[in-house]
Design a protein around this ligand. Structure first.
Ligand SMILES: [Zn+2]
Length: 94
């Protein structure tokens, strides 16, 4: 489970364990106030694929969750295709 970092205006920064497909938190579990997700070091595992960008965008301009998932899936498909091609090459060599 990845850890996501959030920032509450009242309580400060905190971390939350969430599944990759879970919706981001909108409310602080402590005070119920609005929280903003901090995209950065905790999410580096997501940044290995192409097309990702994060911190220069302010809160209201973050990529929508679905768009991130779509790009991630496309990247995974691309990797799988490469793997398949590798196997084909090996098979042809035999
Ligand atoms: Zn709070």
């Amino acid at each position: 489970m990845p850890t996501y970092e959030y920032r509450c205006e009242k309580c400060g920064d905190f971390e939350e364990f969430q599944g990759i497909n879970d919706e981001p938190l909108k409310e602080c579990p402590c005070c119920g106030g609005e929280v903003k997700r901090i995209v950065g070091r905790s999410c580096n595992f997501l940044l290995k694929g192409p097309g990702f960008y994060t911190t220069e965008h302010r809160n209201d301009k973050y990529l929508k969750r679905s768009e991130i998932d779509k790009q991630t899936n496309e990247w995974i498909d691309h990797k799988r295709k490469l793997l398949r091609d590798d196997k084909k090459t090996v098979a042809a060599g035999n």
